[in-house]
Design a protein around this ligand. Sequence first.
Ligand code: IMP
Ligand code: MG
Length: 176
Amino acid sequence: MRIKALKELYSEREIDATVRRLAAMINADYAGREVLILCVLKGAFMFFSDLLKHLDFGPKIDFLRVSSYGDGQSSSGEVKLELGQEHCLKGRDILVVEDIVDSGRSMDVLKKRLLALDVKTLRIAALVDKLERREVDVTVDYAGFSVPSGFIVGYGLDYAERFRELPALYTVEFED
Ligand code: IMP
Ligand code: MG
């Protein structure tokens, strides 16, 4: 689909305040614990790096990839997961950092896969929670913005690999 315009949804300032709010909650919950934070590539990379700067409990980090989207706007239903070093996750406190939880399918697959590896605890932080679009039951433990609908880009999030570099969040307006 062709793009008509991008409309700013959340500014850099609003994002910064939200990232700090989530970091404060995460710091309070994980104080004194040994935590492995998993960044879901590619969409979460900017949120992840900003969030990390405000965490004070010395987490370890790793990256993984979950892909369910092609160039379209809705989930293909098939979820691919690439995760290295699986043996290291056993018995650990894991925090997954994701860009958006939409239908919930990607996170559902990831959660099941991680829980099968006998992780100790598993929580999810997501910059955007599209609660009303949920098709499977997935709870976001640390949700930045709750957005009902619309396709969002910027701050790491893409449409067909574009707009990841933008520092704010935008809603895409498509041509009819
Ligand atoms: P789900 O499996 O339907 O929950 O899809 C989640 C994934 O789809 C997210 O990790 C994003 O990569 C992508 N996605 C869903 N909605 C959007 C959006 O509005 N903008 C950009 N990517 C999105
Ligand atoms: Mg994603």
